[in-house]
Design a protein around this ligand. Structure first.
Ligand code: 3MF
Ligand code: MG
Ligand code: MG
Length: 416
């Protein structure tokens, strides 16, 4: 193959993208509660060891591009769109009204707002630092985000306390930090109750998002389970308003089974919001697009969520790779992420109605003949052969994932 001239490269990408097929229409994509974060599309490819690879891009263009793709919801940090210096001042409302216009021009809804409590130097010691001044500032910021959320018509507010922790131990008392962090969440909920009453809107769903490490070396609330314990610790004054926003990869990062972590949140009635992406166990937060690494695990996750009626947002909290161009972000990265999600979601529906999976799971639940309860050997024998169904079900799930349940087989060519 000859070198591809620069001015023919986008056309090549577009042609191969089309050849991939399997794309859903924007109308179909809009039927799912999929949200596109401002920060994901605006990510320029930078990191500690990486310079940016893409130009800056503003919210107006991102909202327009999301709308074209068929991503019907948008989410943002306060500082993704408003400079820190004018947050909480009159100046921010001019920007908020421009956002409202962009959203309404393109028929996109703001689903979620979140407060950035990790980037600016003011958070060097975290949002629940020893200094009362920093903590008052943190309250101002979360209250202000609640105000912005109501103004933009959001239903969810997310909190990721990734800087609630430390690099060196011994300088802070963790129990104080956790109490102070609860004070900030309480301030946000109190403000929400007031604003919601004034605007005649429902209160927001406040969602805590955990990540086991990064950016701090040690994080005080590192897992969704820790968040669930925090919610019921007695420190929150309105725990009924607070739930969780698990992120698929954040659970995988500490070695969890994301599906099991989600199940625990479902049981607690606290699964409000879900950040979707992919990556590897026990590695840093690589934020790869959903389904590119663990499609089988993703299928299983979605089977769980479908079977328990989860109806919250699926937030595309990933980072288009730094090898993807700005053109590629909107022509390849987002549409393919959305389409893999839709495919896996529909496949999960196929799993739930698959006669083999159904008969096997029903048989496991009904069990073998009644055996004397005190007799372990008899109870074992009564169910022994049925348990092979566990592996059979796992095989069936792979068949559904690979389309083999529709009869696709591979044969070895004769003569080899
Ligand atoms: C970091 C994250 C965050 C949170 C966001 C939402 C930048 O790993 O996942 O995204 O999702 O702050 O509040
Ligand atoms: Mg996230
Ligand atoms: Mg993340």
């Amino acid at each position: 193959m000859a070198p591809i001239p620069e001015n023919q490269q986008q056309a090549l990408v577009s042609r191969l993208m089309k050849a991939c097929g399997g794309a859903y229409t924007p109308e179909t994509r809009r039927k799912y509660f999929i949200s596109g974060p401002q920060w994901a599309a605006a990510y320029q490819g930078q990191a500690l060891f990486h310079a940016p690879t893409r130009p800056a891009i503003g919210f107006e263009e991102i909202i327009r591009r999301y709308a074209d793709i068929g991503i019907g919801y948008w989410a943002t940090h306060d500082t993704d769109v408003i400079p820190t210096e004018i947050l909480g001042t009159e100046g921010q409302w001019e920007i908020v009204s421009r956002i409202r216009k962009a959203l309404s021009d393109h028929g996109v809804h703001c689903s979620m707002v979140t407060t950035e409590t990790f980037y600016h130097a003011v958070w060097a010691a975290g949002p629940a630092a020893e200094s009362p001044g920093v903590r008052e500032y943190a309250k101002l910021r979360v209250r202000n985000t609640v105000d912005i959320g109501h103004e933009l018509g959001a239903s969810f507010a997310v909190y990721w306390p990734g800087s609630l922790g430390y690099f060196v131990q011994g300088a802070i008392d963790e129990t104080s930090s956790l109490r102070w962090y609860a004070d900030a969440i309480n301030a946000a909920c109190d403000r929400d109750v007031d604003v919601a009453a004034r605007k005649n809107r429902p209160t927001l769903k406040h969602c805590l998002e955990a990540k086991p490490f990064e950016p701090q070396a040690e994080i005080l609330l590192p897992t969704t389970d820790a968040m669930l314990a925090f919610i019921s610790s007695g420190l929150l004054t309105r725990p009924e308003m607070v739930g969780v926003n698990p992120e698929y990869l954040h659970e995988l990062m500490w070695g969890a089974a994301p599906r099991a972590a989600l199940a625990r949140a479902l049981l607690a009635g606290k699964l409000f919001h879900f950040d979707i992406n992919d990556g590897y166990r026990l590695k840093h937060d690589v934020d790869i697009g959903v389904g590119l690494v663990n499609p089988l695990d993703w299928l299983n996750v979605l089977v769980l969520l479908r079977s328990h009626g989860y109806n919250g947002p699926f937030n595309l909290d990933y980072k288009p790779p730094r090898t993807t161009s700005q053109f590629g972000v909107f022509e390849v990265s987002f549409p393919t992420a959305v389409d893999r999600f839709i495919t896996l979601w529909e496949m999960a529906g196929e799993v739930l109605s698959d006669p083999i999976v159904k008969e096997a799971t029903d048989a496991l639940k009904v069990g073998g003949p009644k055996a004397p309860t005190h007799d372990a050997a008899a109870v074992t024998a009564a169910n022994y052969e049925l348990l092979t169904l566990h592996e059979l079900i796992a095989h069936r799930l792979v068949q559904i994932l690979l389309g083999l349940h529709r009869g696709r087989v591979f044969s070895i060519p004769s003569g080899t």
